[in-house]
Design a protein around this ligand. Structure first.
Ligand SMILES: NC(=O)c1ccc[n+]([C@@H]2O[C@H](COP(=O)([O-])OP(=O)(O)OC[C@H]3O[C@@H](n4cnc5c(N)ncnc54)[C@H](O)[C@@H]3O)[C@@H](O)[C@H]2O)c1
Length: 387
């Protein structure tokens, strides 16, 4: 999970640019004018994906002006000196918001109030209350609000969804979703590990992606009860942290690390589905001993896949025998395809007025889970999930 742009592992997608990549369902010629809010690792991926998919990056705003300048120098557009200046640009129809989580709600609400469509990075915000503010602004503006749950769009996720929708799993009674990193704390000491800016550790960085994917694959059941446990065992003090490489820059020994490094939860949903989550930035386990991925347990079939993998396996019974079915997946760069899919959906939502693929309500539902997991961990008991 070290490639740039993977969940919680931002960076530049290195595929060659293919302006014709919109493919089937391509949108008409007038390009959408897009503003990038936050010119860091993932803001850069947004900009490059937007260009590849026929949007026009009209402007960039980053509170560190040099980062906006550098991105604009590479991809064109205007380096705005404030969010207001960016939002006032007449050619700006939409913005992609890729700033630290603490600023999601403020930037999203301001953009929606200025009549811009918003593609908002995960997690939606720092709290359910902030999600509600964003949802209210989206409703009042009538503009598109799409969440950056990019993992729904990989070839493996799409194949899994087809199996589920075709009824090949029957009733899904349990789902296990995991992302394990042995030493993968991002930007130790920086904003990712500072609760006031990130809201949490691997739970909000990685857990959101797999929780959303399970929820999406299982027809969005309402979560009712949660038992969560969060741990902080590594990187204290920061200088003692042993790692091979570190995404988002070297550790800052004088920085803050006050979020968890491992989170686990059991979530009960209406209808009986249970979801088991493991989201880990750092652990002592042998390389490869634990498998990342999504595992769905159904009474007719079961599914196993890695989000960015090249295989999805359906385990089922055929003609009285147990069989493993492995469909051929679309070859190529799974990550780039997922980002392209996200931008195709955003474009269609804006141009055709269709409901975005990942909605603000989806973001809020995940936020409610995050809050319940954290509270359950703090209180040491199973709790209700806020509706
Ligand atoms: N979808 C994914 O796979 C994925 C992967 C990584 C990160 N993310 C999300 O993307 C967002 C950004 O993460 P990143 O890795 O790019 O971080 P980053 O630190 O690389 O970039 C953030 C940028 O935002 C700027 N910034 C900070 N506050 C700002 C503000 N209020 N206004 C304007 N600019 C501001 C910073 O100067 C920095 O350049 C986070 O919400 C993160 O959770 C998503």
């Amino acid at each position: 999970m070290d490639d740039a742009g993977r969940p919680g592992n931002g960076g530049v997608v290195s595929r060659t640019t293919d302006p014709g990549a919109l493919g089937a369902g391509a949108e008409p010629a007038t390009p959408i004018g897009l503003g990038i809010v936050g010119a860091g690792a993932i803001g850069t991926v947004h900009a490059e994906t937007a260009l590849r998919n026929g949007l026009r990056v009209a402007g960039v705003w980053d509170m560190h002006g040099a980062r906006a300048d550098a991105l604009v120098a590479r991809i064109g557009g205007h380096a705005a000196r404030s969010l207001d200046e960016l939002l006032a640009m007449p050619q700006m129809e939409a913005v992609a918001i890729a700033v630290p989580n603490v600023s999601h709600a403020d930037c999203a609400v301001r953009a929606l109030e200025r009549g811009k469509h918003v593609l908002l990075e995960k997690p939606m915000a720092m709290s359910v209350a902030e999600c509600d503010r964003i949802l209210a602004a989206a409703k009042a503006s009538g503009r598109t609000l799409q969440l950056g749950f990019v993992c729904r769009g990989t070839p493996a996720s799409a194949a899994a969804k087809r199996f589920v929708d075709a009824g090949r799993l029957g009733r899904i009674y349990h789902a296990k979703c995991s992302i394990y990193r042995r030493r993968g704390i991002p930007g130790l000491g920086g904003w990712f590990t500072t609760k006031a800016q990130a809201g949490g550790g691997p739970l909000v960085d990685l857990g959101v992606h797999v929780l959303d994917l399970v929820r999406y694959l299982t027809d969005k059941p309402q979560a009712t009860r949660v038992s969560g446990a969060c741990y902080a065992n590594f990187g204290h003090p920061i200088a003692s942290y042993r790692y091979v490489d570190m995404w988002a820059g070297p550790p800052k020994p004088d920085g803050t690390f006050d979020v968890e490094d491992h989170a686990t939860a059991l979530i009960r949903c209406e209808g009986g589905l249970t979801i088991e989550l493991n989201a880990t930035w750092a652990m002592n386990q042998p390389e490869g001993a634990l498998k990342d991925g999504i595992f769905l347990f159904g009474d007719r079939g079961g599914l196993a896949f890695q989000i960015f993998g090249s295989e999805v396996t359906l385990a089922t019974e055929e003609d009285g025998r147990l069989v493993d079915v492995k469909p051929l997946l679309e070859p190529g760069d799974a990550l780039g395809k997922a980002w392209d899919a996200q931008y195709l959906q955003f474009t269609q939502a804006i141009r055709r007025g269709v409901r975005p693929h990942a909605t603000g309500e989806d973001g809020r539902a995940i936020q409610a889970l995050l809050e319940a997991i954290e509270r359950s961990s703090a209180e040491g008991r199973e709790l209700d999930v806020q509706r």
